[in-house]
Design a binder for this molecule. Structure first.
Ligand SMILES: [Zn+2]
Ligand SMILES: [Zn+2]
Length: 177
């Protein structure tokens, strides 16, 4: 049976974003992809001092009860305690990951919105976090989707596909999952 990735929209997520992912992920991971109905905005994870949502808690709530590989998608600014913010987070042992959309938009930085750039960033972040889920670590090849992104410039520079080494590892990991 073909592996399936479950897309879990958390709160209001534009249908465009879900469609981009549902279109891109199956070819990258050779999997099926299904989208659930949107989950309520996880207000209990809101930190009113930081004005952000806590990534782990959002992910835990969103993926509770999921038996298949799940990618939560939140149009919410997420953080983990040691970092100012995160673009995404993966919990590989749990086969689940989350991506945060707001900081992937040009408009977040006061620039004119660019849907093409936004779309590419969304796909790259999703593939990167799912790569972690499937056992990959960060890659030294700055064009590889598993390269660590320190900034959006890094994200924009890399591709949404895996380098040869990561691809090879991914295929091994995929069989093991
Ligand atoms: Zn990473
Ligand atoms: Zn790589």
């Amino acid at each position: 049976m073909k592996r399936e990735i479950l897309l879990l929209p958390v709160g209001d997520v534009s249908l465009d974003v879900l469609e981009w992912l549902a279109e891109a992920l199956p070819s990258v991971f050779d999997c099926g992809c299904k989208t659930t109905t949107a989950l309520p905005r996880p207000d209990f994870t809101w930190d009113k001092t930081r004005e952000q949502y806590r990534a782990e808690a959002v992910l835990a709530r969103a993926s509770a009860g999921c038996s298949t590989c799940a990618l939560a998608v939140a149009d919410l600014d997420l953080y983990v305690p040691d970092l100012n913010f995160v673009f995404g987070l993966a919990q590989s042992g749990m086969a689940r990951a989350i991506i945060a959309l707001p900081r992937l938009r040009q408009s977040y930085y006061g620039l004119a919105e660019d849907t093409t750039v936004f779309r590419e960033r969304v796909i790259k972040e999703a593939v990167h976090e799912l790569g972690h889920v499937f056992g990959l670590s960060h890659c030294d090849d700055s064009r590889c989707v598993m390269a660590f992104s320190n900034s959006l410039q890094d994200t924009d520079y890399k591709q949404y596909t895996f380098c040869r080494e990561c691809k090879k590892r991914l295929q091994t990991e995929l069989i093991e999952l």
